[in-house]
Design a protein around this ligand. Structure first.
Ligand code: GDP
Ligand code: MG
Length: 454
């Protein structure tokens, strides 16, 4: 039985491959959504080309319309690219201290992140220390000290040595003011002797990429051999993301990305741009100015945000409505011609199943709970059972259910692995649906499947 069923479904599902015509419109929408989200043009092009290539090879799905199929592929690709480093914990040194260096443009959020990381690590039982290696701006050191105090994490700064949160100032050995490389090196040395297990080095940034700055960052890196070099990038940066990320990738060869200012209204295209051109994992997201506005990066959420799934879903719904209306028109015509049979009933069920498979798609999107509840009403297993019964009928029986007598019902039930009363129930529902559709056809309305599951 299972073999017969699955071959029947295979037949149902292999109605050919997706064509250009099926996917062009959707690809166009996706391209627009990506550009709206400020994904860099040089990233959008190869991305959509890859989507098209994958979509063209796909078998036409019974469960999803072409637009949905393309969006499903887009979602998968996005989540794969964005999720390259997901669940990767921070690199930790074999022999403490672990050294984390922050790099990025001025205003990206490095100093703020130093505080967040420090707070987060301290909360997890670590003993971090922040290091002020940004000696470029006059008040950069003070800013880090304020951040450190708020986070309850000591700060190592060139003039004042270590300031613990208890207010105790520890003189730093071999203090050199003015040289960020020496400050970083001294801080790591101090951490080793004073048993701080993590050293977080805040570095200077410029408004634009700058070779002097990059050399300084590289010198710090080569002096302290960080276990982790985090590239901090403002999510609002837009089209400049690619150039900036490439410069820092080449300049300091960072090991991970932190996306900052995700609390703003940027759609986050920078995330896709950076991940695409560098292949480096995005580890964290910064979502505000507060110490706790910091989280592990979620690729699936970012995928929805970039695509603006609200828009995309509207597109899908439109495509679907069109498709459904066509099907409904066909069914209505058959009704009025008196040729609506169980095969048509099954087509209608497939439409319902299509809605069911929207469930998983909708599940990813916040704020769609209401639609979700509507969809929960559809029991896909019930549809499976119904289809199994219809599959067990002969073509003649499907066209003309009136001939299905007692012995035929027993045979059908046996073939579908179910009971006669289940077959009776289905025929009854079909009769109800047919009556209702006849009524609606007479009123000239487009019907969906009435009375199903009731
Ligand atoms: P740095 O130059 O890279 O050290 O950047 P800062 O840490 O000094 O941050 C620059 C500005 O951005 C400051 O006003 C921060 O309060 C703000 N900022 C940093 N991270 C975030 C964030 O995730 N969300 C928001 N809204 N503001 C942030
Ligand atoms: Mg700073």
């Amino acid at each position: 039985l299972t073999d017969r069923l699955s071959s029947a479904f295979r037949h149902l599902r292999s109605k050919g491959r997706l064509t250009d015509a099926d996917i062009d419109g959707t690809i166009r929408e996706i391209r627009r959504a990506l550009l709206d989200a400020d994904v860099a043009l040089e990233v959008v092009r190869p991305f959509t080309a890859r989507i098209r290539e994958r979509a063209l090879g796909e078998e036409v799905s019974q469960a999803l319309n072409p637009a949905q199929q393309v969006v499903r592929i887009v979602n998968e690709e996005l989540t794969t690219i964005l999720g390259a480093g997901v669940d990767r914990p921070l690199n930790v040194a074999k022999n403490p201290p672990t050294v984390i260096m922050l790099a990025g443009l001025q205003g990206a959020g490095k100093t703020t992140l130093a505080g967040k990381l420090g707070y987060w690590l301290r909360d997890a039982g670590h003993t971090p220390i922040l290091v002020a290696a940004d000696l470029q701006r006059p008040n950069a050191v003070t800013q880090l000290q304020v951040v450190g105090e708020r986070a309850g994490v000591p700060v190592y700064a060139p003039q004042k040595g270590v300031q613990s949160d208890g207010g105790e100032a520890v003189a730093s050995p071999g203090m050199t003011s003015g040289d960020p490389v020496a400050v970083a090196r001294d801080a790591v040395e101090l951490a080793r002797t004073k048993l701080y297990d993590t050293v977080i080095i805040d570095t200077a940034g410029r408004l634009g990429v700058d070779e002097d700055l990059m050399r300084q960052a590289r010198d710090i890196r080569d002096a302290v051999h960080p276990d982790e070099i985090l590239f901090v990038i403002d999510a609002m940066i837009g089209q400049d993301a690619v150039r900036t990320a490439e410069a820092f990738d080449k300049g300091v060869d960072f090991t991970g990305v932190v996306l900052s200012k995700l609390d703003g209204d940027a759609r986050g295209g920078a995330a896709l741009s950076v991940a695409s051109v560098t292949g480096k994992p995005i580890l964290f997201a910064s979502t505000g100015e507060g110490l706790k506005d910091f989280e592990v990066f979620h690729p699936d959420r970012m995928a929805s945000r970039i695509l603006d799934m609200g828009d995309i879903l509207t597109l899908i719904e439109q495509a679907q409505r069109q498709f459904d209306e066509e099907e409904a028109r066909k069914a209505t015509r058959k009704m009025s011609e008196g040729t609506f049979g169980l095969d048509d009933f099954m087509d209608q069920l497939q439409q319902v199943r299509k809605l069911g498979s929207m469930k998983s798609l909708l599940g990813m999107i916040p704020g769609m709970a209401q639609h979700r509840r509507e969809l929960e009403q559809f029991d896909e297993k019930e549809i499976d059972r119904t289809e199994a019964i219809i599959q067990s009928m002969t073509p003649e029986e499907r066209r003309n259910p009136d001939i299905i007598d007692g012995s035929r019902r027993a045979r059908i039930a046996y073939g579908a692995g179910t009971t006669v009363s289940a077959v009776n129930g289905l025929l009854q529902r079909f009769e109800q649906a047919a009556t209702m559709m006849r009524r609606m056809a007479n009123r000239g309305m487009n019907g969906v499947i009435p009375g199903f599951g009731g």
